[in-house]
Design a protein around this ligand. Structure first.
Ligand code: TRP
Length: 331
């Protein structure tokens, strides 16, 4: 069976954009592929050397992915730092990663520009750590966004280089997995762009938001003064509200507001009220699960342990073979 692997940045709460983007596809893929999903907490030290409550954030992310439907019995869901084997493979790969090629990576250049006071070696070798993440389980497919394609290309370079150096066809060369059609783009509430793109809290609806917060955010969403002629094309902020309505509301609700827009009788207040209530009904079961899981230390630690055990078994096997190939053999 094909091995699919993806890393999750522990940056915070899941919003509807994450949910309808990657997360829902992960949940589907765990039924048909051998999936490894992990929370990339080693990586977070490249930008946050002294993270504020890393443990708490990782726990929240774990609770939210479990609530969204990732099943520790189906997928291997683990925390990166539970696998010291990744750190070992990272060290080995770094011995054959060149300064020039690492410096040319766009994400490195961007981050170096953003944090000139902290251009650390971890930032430079982010692609080798990512390569270690991927090839430690001999993954074949990696669902990544456009921004990660160059990092994945580096993974292929490092895997090929290892294979060539040791004259073995040892690591499979991983390919990007494109969700294509299945990837539903969710717009933000601030009138333009994707949800989560801008930093403002009010641009995104988080799965864990309570109904009061959801109502407030939706009612404040950007609109305009309304259509003046029948069947006008919808400007972006209005189209965005309709896109949201499409994923959470019944088709006849969408049709109703569409017709009202087209005959200029629409009242955005009504549209927003309906949208808020439909988002609330949609997210309610998820919110309940998140709340009960984040308070359930036993369930969280059990899930983390199952994941770490499964992932380590696979990682240990690779490291054993790598050590043998390189010549690190016991006397
Ligand atoms: N770099 C990825 C991101 O920023 C996260 C990540 C770390 C990752 N290791 C990975 C993704 C391995 C895919 C495979 O989103």
């Amino acid at each position: 069976m094909e091995i699919v692997l993806s890393g999750i940045r522990p940056t915070g709460k899941l919003h509807l954009g994450n949910y309808f983007g990657a997360v829902k596809n992960f949940v589907k893929m765990q039924e048909t592929h051998n999936c490894f999903f992990f929370i990339a907490d080693y990586h977070s030290l490249t930008t946050h050397p002294k993270p504020n409550d890393l443990h708490g954030i990782v726990k929240q992310v774990l609770a939210e992915y479990l609530a969204a439907g990732l099943d520790p019995e189906k997928a291997t869901l683990y925390i990166q730092s539970d696998l010291p084997e990744i750190a070992e493979l990272y060290l080995i790969l770094n011995m054959n990663a060149y300064l020039g090629e690492l410096e040319r990576v766009t994400t490195f250049k961007e981050k170096a520009r953003k944090q000139p006071e902290n251009v650390n070696a971890g930032l430079l070798t982010y692609p080798t750590l990512m390569a270690a993440d991927i090839i430690i389980h001999k993954a074949n497919k990696v669902p990544v966004g456009k921004d990660q394609e160059q990092n994945l290309e580096m993974t292929r370079t490092f895997a090929r280089r290892f294979n060539r150096m040791y004259k073995e066809d040892f690591f499979p060369i991983p390919q990007a997995y494109n969700f294509g059609e299945q990837l539903v783009k969710i717009p933000g509430l601030d009138g333009s762009g994707k949800m989560g793109k801008s930093e403002g809290e009010s641009n995104a609806i988080f799965l864990a938001d309570d109904p009061k917060v959801i109502r407030k955010k939706v009612m404040r969403a950007v609109t305009d003064s309304g259509p003046t002629k029948p069947n006008q094309e919808k400007p972006e902020p209005i189209q965005n509200l309709f896109s949201l309505l499409k994923v959470v509301s019944k088709p006849d609700v969408v049709d109703h507001f569409d017709a009202a827009y087209n005959n200029c009788s629409i009242r955005y207040g009504d549209l927003k009220k309906q949208l808020a209530e439909d988002i609330i009904s949609f997210t309610e079961p998820l919110r309940d699960k998140i709340l009960s899981l984040s308070g359930d230390e036993v369930a969280i630690s059990k899930a983390a342990r199952i994941g770490a055990d499964k992932a380590r078994e696979s990682a240990r096997k690779t490291i054993r073979e790598v050590r043998e190939i390189i010549g690190f053999r016991p006397f």
